[in-house]
Design a protein around this ligand. Structure first.
Ligand code: NDP
Length: 419
């Protein structure tokens, strides 16, 4: 991964616009929101609602939530609405009867939504299902606000190369990467020493390993600072989310694993920092509210008015920091292992985690077994000798698929094994 990153660093630069090479934003922007009914989708629609005259909604998508999708499509006068579940087309058409919104259903309709000519696309489908739609937006050279980290974790090199080739502009919407995106503009590649991604530490930050092992779903869903979807909240508790973010940063900014540090910062006020060669460290701060990084992406290259609470550092009083604990949170260590192994291993890391989290939610495995299942699946993958660079989305999807199958076969023995 490190050498690949160095090789195509120039190409990556043309996809993530790090320096101030700002082009004028159109007066009225056409926008598409993939995953409009989710948590990120909701924050995005909230921002669009606040400036209705500046945006025309081209397309909106959901997985199964037809009523939520239809409500948004009506409110925003969307030209196209797509639901991924192929059996829900009639329900969607009925819900949008009498409007001018065209309807589509199935995976191909979600891809079509992304391919339609919007200037700006929010890629906020959850999971690996977001890859093909995001690639459809990238391939037509759109400006893509990327929330779906799985696109990069599953097929990072491929994704960034396709973006560079098509002249797409990738704007990091994840709060930590958006912070790095804002801070990186203070220097150039040669001057960069490292980036620092902060982590709240999640609900189990101070817990002993034995207690983390037995944590319940309700405990895992109690995030101290952020309000997010269920899957990402569980990933935050295991620190798998931070692992995914380490991989995401490596792909977005063409960094080697050694150039990415994680710092536990329980208040979640500093989202990311960049250290330069003169030892200046440039940080981005803000209240923990996803509408701030999304507003930065929506306004880019300008800044728009954001609805988050004003940051009051005097009231907060103290910002504290701790080193991450790789023993109590093995998912984070495994992310660095996957990044160093490269060639599909990060895809396996993500796929195995999706299986593990679903099994945990279904009560089939303990919380502590999530990382064990990921580790066992990665080991099986590395032993298989199948490691090769991913050259197409179908390659990435095949590795993802095989890893899921492997994780499912390993599940019973992991479920039985105590920590
Ligand atoms: P949610 O689960 O809240 O929403 C996911 C959205 O994707 C919904 O609109 C859902 O539709 C849709 N969707 C789910 N599966 C499919 C599918 N197979 N095909 C098409 N659409 C699908 O997730 P979040 O909004 O929390 O997260 C979205 C992405 O953003 C994730 O990759 C996450 O890691 C990332 N992210 C999220 C953050 C957050 O604060 N929430 C922060 C940073 C990154 P439906 O409603 O019908 O199920």
């Amino acid at each position: 991964m490190a050498s690949a990153a160095v090789l195509w660093f120039g190409e990556v630069m043309s996809a993530v616009p790090l320096r101030n090479n700002k082009a004028a934003a159109p007066a009225i922007r056409s926008v598409t929101v993939l995953g409009a009914t989710g948590s990120i989708g909701d924050s995005t629609m909230d921002l669009l609602r606040a400036s209705r005259d500046r945006y025309q909604v081209e397309a909106l998508t959901a997985n199964t939530n037809v009523q939520g999708l239809a409500k948004l499509a009506k409110e925003f006068g969307a030209r196209f609405a797509a639901v991924a579940d192929p059996d829900r087309l009639t329900e969607l058409k009925d819900a949008l009867a009498g409007t001018r919104t065209e309807c589509g259903a199935g995976e191909s309709a979600v891809i079509e939504a992304a391919a339609r000519p919007a200037d700006w696309v929010m890629a906020a489908v959850s999971g690996a299902a977001g890859l093909k739609p995001a690639l459809a937006a990238v391939d037509r050279g759109a400006t893509v606000a990327l929330a779906n980290k799985e696109c990069l974790v599953c097929a990072g090199d491929l994704f960034m190369q396709r973006a560079a080739k098509a002249g797409a502009c990738i704007l990091p919407a994840d709060s930590e990467h958006n912070a790095l995106f804002q801070a990186l503009g203070s220097g150039n590649r040669e001057e960069l020493v490292r980036v620092i991604i902060t982590a709240s530490g999640g609900p189990f930050r101070t817990w002993a390993s034995a207690d983390i092992e037995q944590a319940t779903l309700a405990q895992a869903l109690k995030h101290p600072n952020w309000s997010m979807g269920q899957k990402i909240t569980i990933d935050s508790a295991s620190m798998m989310n931070k692992g995914l973010e380490v991989i995401e940063a490596a792909c977005l900014f063409a960094l080697a694993p050694e150039e990415i540090d994680v710092l536990v910062h329980p208040q979640s006020i500093i989202h990311g920092m960049v250290e330069f060669s003169d030892r200046s460290v440039v940080a981005q701060l803000g209240a923990p509210d996803m509408r701030t990084p999304i507003a930065h992406c929506l306004g880019w290259p300008d800044r728009i008015v954001g609805p988050a609470a004003k940051l009051d550092l005097a009231k907060i009083g103290q910002l504290t920091f701790e080193a991450p604990d790789f023993d109590r949170f093995p998912a984070l260590r495994l992310a660095y292992d996957a990044l160093r192994a490269g060639r599909g291993t990060t895809t396996v890391y993500n796929a195995a985690n999706e299986v593990a989290v679903a099994a945990f939610i279904a009560g089939k495995i303990r919380f502590g077994a999530i990382a064990r299942l990921v580790e066992a699946t990665m080991e099986a993958w590395m032993r298989s000798g199948n490691l090769a660079p991913l050259t197409s989305a179908d390659d990435a999807i095949a590795v993802d698929h095989n890893a899921r199958n492997k994780a499912v076969t390993l599940l019973p023995q992991i479920a039985l094994k105590a920590s």
